[in-house]
Design a protein around this ligand. Sequence first.
Ligand code: FES
Length: 150
Amino acid sequence: MDLPRLETILTRYEGETWDLIPVLQDIQDSYSYLPKDELLVVSERLNVPLTQIYSVATFFKMFSLIPKGKHQIKVCLGTTCHLRGSGRVVESLSHRLGVEVGYTTKDMQFSLDTVGCLGSCAQAPVMMVDDKYYGRSTVDRVPKILKLYK
Ligand code: FES
């Protein structure tokens, strides 16, 4: 556990129950996931049962209970992207990275996830790597995009 890092996050808040989601967001941003030991401390400090924290953590897709990779790939499976072949892009990424959707490669370089509409339907199919959007992402473009992050 990285207690100093967690303390830095917790000092930003009053320690009230309603701070739970912002605290979890900060932990997610800082660690790229929600480590169990840190959640135990949050449970104590905010006086929120651990079961409730896990309910929140599993309800919102922005949270992950497993470590994320250095680069986070998100492929849009919204209606427009789906109709334009984003499912095949996901399959290609999964095959090339050797990882199922929702998981991270063994070398911790990439996490692969799917999301709803990314708000760029005109560019469908759309995928993101970290904060960068890649419109018109076809199976043929996948190797080139991955190469940029290796
Ligand atoms: S459906 Fe994919 S960006 Fe809107």
